[in-house]
Design a protein around this ligand. Structure first.
Ligand SMILES: NC(=O)C1=CN([C@@H]2O[C@H](COP(=O)(O)OP(=O)(O)OC[C@H]3O[C@@H](n4cnc5c(N)ncnc54)[C@H](O)[C@@H]3O)[C@@H](O)[C@H]2O)C=CC1
Ligand SMILES: O=C([O-])CC(=O)C(=O)O
Length: 259
């Protein structure tokens, strides 16, 4: 499967290292869409890809699917057009907290028969959460995220500090680069207004730690994910990048585990 990538930041670089130079399990990045070609020129030689700044030319290149690894704004601007032509794997999932956009993308996916894949990103357990909510009987979902203080706030602090407490809807509005996980949790369960979020800036940790607590008729579940950050972007967990790779690896499988 030939992949077109949007973005050239931390996650994109991880994917290029895995799927740029060498094909892996039939997966290969051919084309990369960026806003500034000069800035990323070195990538063409390094990873054997072609850079594009025109969306139409990018979509007309030899690609079967597009991976978005850029920003919420890039999703808003580009993905409605892309979904008419290609399936999309989208990691800036916070964009979908905008209900009209969510509805539009859902309708385009159906109309053009192109899947919209939402990887589990820096968390896990979305299979359990969706199963537990198969009858709509999940009652509470809460996320407590702790990140290194310096990756969240400018001022020096000596003690861990809760810097946000509220709904997933407000969390992504205030922290668009840190709370995508809250939106995928909300989409998988009880929605943006019922999914509760706490964000803690902690000067004593160097990992991104997510605790997910779920209560429903099935019983209760708690997941704690202690993520190492990506070297290029401390806000972003290594697992978030790997979750795209995992999603791509599973797309063509006929044996579906945890489906
Ligand atoms: N779902 C999840 O669990 C997670 C999602 N994320 C999200 O994934 C996205 C990528 O994360 P990183 O690679 O760490 O970010 P990054 O900041 O390292 O890279 C983003 C790149 O996108 C580029 N970009 C921005 N707008 C663009 C546009 N319109 N067209 C083409 N390129 C554009 C930027 O120039 C930058 O190079 C972010 O939105 C981040 O918030 C990050 C971690 C976890
Ligand atoms: O990478 C992480 O740990 C989570 C993150 O930034 C997000 O959900 O936006």
């Amino acid at each position: 499967m030939n992949i077109g990538l949007i973005g050239a930041g931390a996650i994109a670089n991880f994917l290029l290292q895995q799927l740029g130079e060498n094909e892996q399990n039939g997966l290969c990045i051919n084309s990369v869409y960026v806003r500034n070609k000069e800035k990323y020129e070195g990538l063409e030689q390094q990873f054997g890809i072609t850079l594009f700044t025109e969306l139409d030319a990018f979509l007309a290149s030899d690609i079967d699917l597009v991976v978005e690894a850029a920003t919420i704004e890039a999703v808003q601007k580009l993905v409605p057009t892309i979904l008419k032509q290609k399936p999309v794997v989208l990691i800036s999932i916070g964009a979908l907290a905008d209900e009209p956009l969510l509805q539009q993308l859902n309708e385009l996916a159906i109309q053009y028969n192109h899947e919209l894949y939402l990887p589990s990103g820096a968390i896990g357990g979305l299979d359990l959460l969706q199963n537990a909510n198969a009858l709509g009987t999940v009652k509470e979902v809460s996320l407590t995220t702790r990140k290194p203080a310096h990756s969240l706030i400018d001022q020096e602090i000596n003690e861990a500090q809760v810097i946000f407490e509220g709904t997933a809807r407000d969390a992504i509005r205030k922290f668009p680069k840190n709370m995508n996980v809250s939106i995928v949790l909300a989409l998988a369960s009880i929605g943006f207004d019922k999914t509760k979020v706490r964000l803690v800036a902690d000067p004593h940790i160097d990992q991104n730690i997510h605790q997910v607590d779920i209560i429903g008729n099935f019983g209760e579940a708690t997941f704690i994910i202690k993520n190492n950050p990506l070297p290029q972007n401390a806000k972003t967990s290594y697992l978030a990048a790997m979750s795209i790779l995992g999603t791509l690896q599973r797309i063509n499988d006929k044996l579906i585990i945890g489906g």
